[in-house]
Design a binder for this molecule. Structure first.
Ligand code: FIX
Ligand code: ZN
Length: 429
């Protein structure tokens, strides 16, 4: 019996560790976007997850921290989180796992030596090495037409690396219409003065222009707990009249990341966002009212995970994905994944990395793969106890589905019959 369990766990381990991942949401950029693709030890250390943790670990002085250079901030964080304390948190342990997988020696606590090693890496070769160690087939970027720096790169018609797939991010359009209106006008898409046809057409032209320009695979927004649908908000009106029709007609899924309270401590800047339960009755209303739209959804709050899974059982046009941000801890990934496997089988996407720094792909996927292995061993053991036997090929198929295959199938289903197969083959080089 013990032997059978360890044999099963080895078979699952082989499948999980060898599968290539389609990472469906990151904040990484195509290498042709130059310095927008961040990498290296200092960038790892100034990750916003670690910034907020470091402020708990010593006297805080926001102004001093933010007026320091990146290397100075990195030294401050290294001292507080890695030298004065043990790096026990998930994000701090992630730096150690990353260095370790790269063959470096973090135990010496020698930041200068680590920096020297990184300074000797050539960006192109380093990119290949990271993608190889992390087992990545492709990553989805987060591409904002409201970010002037990013728009500058797109306007130079960059030569794209096909492993970096675009996703159109539209938070300001839905959540900050008065400023978004200005951006649309500046870019030559003149909206009307109110909620009228001219405004709808301008937004539709804007979305079409950017979807084509970046060749996006889906359209995405993150929403606060207060987001509701139907409602008389700008967000609900724009969604209903412009965004969802655009997605339907252009074969784009619509991704919602629900339950973030932005800037609850603005002095922490990007590290100052919080959490609250998303309104999943609104999600149910969206899925019911728009059966021809496909919704990719992740929830930030632990309390929402069960409701999200139950909604997915009711609405085939809803695809849950990832264990987002404050859920990206071994314990919560295990809990959420077991729940999803028990109620959805493999019809969800196990995880996305949300990496902001290239090297983070290594630890985020190493850590998540370990949890996936344990969840699957548990699920297959229960299945075998019930009288089923899974083959290696079936285990490989299931793992591929969970690591991006289900997402690809979901997107392929989003294709409009009249459109070319632009959504198929995402991740295929
Ligand atoms: O909205 C998002 O895409 C979030 O993932 C980010 O805003 C957040 O800062 C993050 O990096 C979480 O992992
Ligand atoms: Zn993100």
């Amino acid at each position: 019996m013990v032997q059978a369990a360890s044999e099963l766990s080895q078979r699952v381990e082989r499948a999980v560790s060898s599968a290539r991942v389609v990472d469906i949401h990151t904040h990484l950029y195509d290498p042709s976007f130059g310095s927008l693709l961040r990498w290296g030890i200092d960038e790892l250390l100034v990750y916003h997850y670690l910034v907020s943790e470091s402020f708990r670990a010593g006297p805080w002085d926001y102004d001093r921290f933010w007026s320091a250079t990146t290397p100075e901030q990195a030294e401050w964080i290294w001292q507080r989180l890695f030298c004065d304390h043990s790096p026990l948190s998930e994000a701090a342990r992630g730096v150690i796992s990353t260095l370790n997988a790269l063959g470096l020696e973090p135990r010496s606590r020698d930041l200068a030596a680590l920096r020297q090693w990184f300074s000797r890496q050539s960006p192109g070769a380093y990119l290949e090495r990271v993608l190889e160690i992390a087992g990545i087939e492709s990553v989805c970027m987060t591409n904002s037409p409201f970010d002037s720096e990013e728009v500058g790169y797109w306007n130079q018609s960059p030569v794209r690396d096909p492993r970096f797939v675009a996703a159109l991010r539209i938070d300001p359009l839905l959540l900050d219409w008065s400023n978004a209106r200005r951006t649309l006008a500046e870019q030559g898409f003149q909206p009307g003065s109110g909620r009228d046809k001219t405004t709808v057409l301008a937004i539709r032209r804007f979305l079409e222009h950017w979807s084509k320009r970046i060749d996006s695979r889906y359209c995405m927004v993150s929403t606060p707990p207060e987001f509701s649908y139907p409602s008389d908000s700008d967000a609900a009106w724009i969604l209903e009249h412009a965004v969802l029709p655009h997605c339907r007609e252009n074969g784009q899924a619509f991704a919602l990341m629900m339950g973030v309270r932005r800037a609850i401590n603005p002095r922490l800047r990007m590290a100052g966002d919080g959490i609250g339960p998303g309104d999943l009755r609104s999600l149910a209303a969206l899925c019911a009212a728009h059966p021809e739209n496909r919704f990719l959804v992740t929830c930030l709050s632990r309390e929402c995970q069960q409701e999200l899974v139950v909604l997915a059982r009711k609405f085939p046009n809803l695809h849950p994905f990832g264990c987002w941000w404050f859920n990206n801890t071994p314990q919560l990934i295990a809990e959420t994944t077991t729940l999803r496997l028990d109620l959805l089988g493999t019809s969800f996407t196990f995880q996305h990395s949300d990496s902001r720094v290239l090297d983070q792909l290594i630890y985020k996927w190493h850590h998540s793969r370990r949890v996936l292995r344990d969840c699957l061993v548990g699920a297959y053991s229960r299945l075998e106890d019930s009288g089923w036997r899974v083959t290696d090929a079936e285990i490989g198929r299931d793992v591929r589905l969970l690591l991006g295959g289900s997402f690809q199938e979901f997107l392929a289903g989003a294709e409009h019959p009249g459109l070319p197969k632009k959504l198929a083959g995402i991740g295929a080089a």
